[in-house]
Each structure stands twice: as C-alpha cells, then as structure tokens.
Write a protein that binds this ligand. Structure first.
Ligand code: ADP
Length: 368
C-alpha cells in the first residue's frame, strides 16, 4: 500500500516566490500520476516536497495516512529518479545500484539478489560490470531506474527522466516505464513539461500553471472536458483552436458570428451559451474536429491555407479566417497548396466554449 495525499500544500521560497499554491492532489495506491505544465509552474517543487528535499511551507503531506512533513527523506521510503541520472562515474553499474543499500547496511547476499533482480527487470544484466560512460543514454537511464527499484520503495518519483534522451529513445523509454509500472505494481509520481508523455503514461494527469493545480483527471477526460482555456490549449498537439466569436440568438437557434463566418452551435450547448448572448466568447475546436469539405453551405468556415505540413498519416494545415489563425488536421486524401481557399465544417458537438474574461469552460464537464 502506498497512497500519497498532498493536502492544501504551498511552498514559499525565500524571497517570497509562491512556487506551489494550495495544491490538493491524491495519488492512489499503484497509480501512475503525471504532474504536467510549462516550465516554472511548480511541478518539481511539488515532487521535491513529497521526497522531502524541500520543506513544506503550508499544508500536509500524508503517505498511507501518516503525516510526513517532518520525516527526513531517507525515512520516507521513497525513491527518486532525476533528469541527469546522477550516476557515480567511477562506479560500475552494479556498484551504482548497490551503493544506497550498502550505506543502509543491507546484507551482501540481499544486495546481490536485489541488484540482479532489478538488472533482469530492466534488461541490463550484461552491463553490470561497465562504468556509466560506456553506456548509451537509454541504458544509463535504466541504471538510474534500477537504483530506485533495488530500494523497494513505497513510492517512485520521476523528475523529467526522459528529457536528456533523443526523440526516438524517449518514445521507447516511455513504453518501458509504463510497462515497468504494471510489472512493479507500484505507486509512481512523474513530472514532465511534455503533454505527450503525460497523455501516454498517466492513469491520472495533474495540470499545473503558476503554482496552482488547474485540473486533475484521466488523460482522455482532460482532453475532452478541459475546465479552462489553459488546460484545453495545453493538452493536445497541435493545440485546440480558440476563435473569438460573438454569441447571437436567431429564432430558436444560437449562432456564433465571426467577421467571416456564422455557424450554428450544437443544441446540446444552448442552455449554457444562452447566458452569453451578444457577448464574445472563445470558440474552442480541436484540429481533428475541423472536417474538410469541397462544398460550402450552412455551418461551414471558409479559410485560406497559410502552411501545409504533410506528416504522412495526416496533414496539419495552418489556416486563417479573415482575421484569426487556426489549424486543421486532415487525412492526406486531398492536395492542399499555400494560398488555396478551403472550406471546413467544424464538428459542433465537439466544440468547447470559454468565457472571454475568466477563461473558464462555459459548458460544464459531465460528472464522473
Ligand atoms: P517546474 O518544475 O514546473 O519547472 P519549479 O518547481 O522548479 O517549476 O519552480 C517553480 C517556481 O519556483 C519557479 O518560479 C522557480 O523559479 C521557483 N523556484 C524554484 N526553486 C527555487 C529556489 N530554490 N528558490 C527560489 N525560487 C525557486
């Protein structure tokens, strides 16, 4: 069992920087939770408070119901894997993994058993005698993870562990860490600025901005039901489009007006849009929900193509209405050229709306 509860936790650094502001996060036993957000949003500070590397200014940290605020890091039964691996260059892989256990005076036979077991799990058995400099980046990363595994911790913490690897290796290590999570059946908290890592690895994502938790939920729930414009724009690539439109009532319908188009909202959203009649809102539409059509007509948007990015399986098209940019992702069954005029029909049932001032979602998320 290893449940981590971060209760109303804040961190104020010397000089008054409020790096984490009243964070409430519950990490259930065996869950893989990813803290994600732009650089400086407070993710590492949160993780370091769980590890005990930073004091908690306000609030409580509980592990399995026990308050940890004043427990030193070595007694928290937590292992942390850092971005720079922090391996000892003069020690072999075996020694690197064994070192922490030796310090704790674990018997030699037990150390041997744990190091060999970790090496087997990570497929680095044949490198045990090598020094870190004779390993590839991915292998070094595995040793760093191995050093955490041998400690048999209650909770694994990862601070941007893949950011020093090249793109291809990152994809592979992502899958390896997900697989490892399943095999070890352990509680893991993982920090990254990369929303793709968050989406692909997490059971639950915590999106942070300016020290504040914005939203917590399963990856696809956040994708489909972001609580605000920030989460909507942060999760997903290319990001959601946000077009400023004016909400109008036309007979029984609610329509959205932009200088160059006028489209009908989905009736399921009327109840909430009614409160914004004659006001401007952000109309959020994901690139894949912009459907290409060769015919104009009701509910279509006519745009100009500004950039064409053919990716093989699909095409990213950078477009512009008369005044506002947007992106569409389409299948590669039509040839687009820069300067073309193209017509798209947005899937209005998938549209999201955000208040122009508060940037909060206008249509509430369904209850879980
Ligand atoms: P992230 O991991 O999301 O990039 P951090 O948790 O490292 O963000 O930092 C959050 C905020 O706290 C930033 O504004 C950063 O400059 C500040 N910060 C981090 N460490 C310290 C420190 N030791 N002293 C003062 N400010 C810090």
């Amino acid at each position: 069992m290893a449940k981590v509860e971060i209760k109303s936790v804040s961190k104020v650094y010397d000089g008054g920087v409020r790096a984490v502001d009243n964070a409430n996060i519950v990490v259930e036993d065996k869950e893989f939770v990813v803290l994600v957000g732009p650089s400086g949003c407070g993710k590492s500070t949160t993780l370091r408070m769980v590890a005990g590397l930073e004091d908690i200014t306000e609030g409580e940290l509980l592990i399995d119901g026990e308050k940890m605020n004043d427990i030193p890091p070595k007694d928290r039964n937590i292992a942390m894997v850092f971005q720079n691996y922090a391996l000892y260059p003069h020690m072999s892989v075996y020694e690197n993994m064994a070192f922490g256990l030796r310090i704790k005076k674990v018997p030699k036979a037990e150390i041997d058993k744990r190091v060999n077991e970790a090496a087997r799990i990570l497929d680095i058995e044949k490198f045990l005698d090598r020094k870190p400099k004779a390993l590839s980046g991915g292998q070094r990363q595995r040793v760093a993870v191995g050093r955490a595994i041998v400690r048999n911790p209650k909770v694994f913490l990862f601070d941007e562990p893949l950011s020093n690897l090249d793109a291809k290796l990152r994809v592979q290590m992502r899958a390896e860490l997900s697989d490892l999570h399943l095999r070890l059946n352990a509680t893991m908290i993982y920090v990254t600025h990369d929303q793709v890592e968050a989406m692909t690895m997490a059971n639950k994502i915590v999106v942070m901005k300016d020290g504040k938790v914005q939203q917590i939920g399963a990856p696809l729930f956040l994708y489909n039901h972001p609580v605000n414009k920030f989460v909507a724009g942060f999760i997903g690539s290319p990001p959601m489009n946000f077009l400023t439109v004016r909400v109008r009532e036309e007979g029984a319908n609610i329509i959205l007006e932009e200088g160059s188009f006028k489209i009908k909202a989905d009736p399921s959203h009327y109840e909430y849009l009614k409160k914004h009649i004659n006001k401007e809102v952000y109309f959020g539409i994901r690139p894949e929900d912009m459907l290409y059509t060769d015919k104009g007509g009701d509910n279509s948007i006519t745009v100009k193509v500004t950039v064409v990015e053919p990716l093989g399986a699909d095409i990213h098209l950078w477009l512009t209405t008369e005044t506002q940019p947007l992106v569409a992702r389409t299948e590669p069954n039509h040839v687009f050229k820069v300067g073309d005029t193209a017509i798209f029909i947005p899937r209005m049932d998938k549209a999201r709306y955000f208040d122009k001032e508060t940037e909060l979602a206008i249509v509430p998320s369904p209850d879980l």
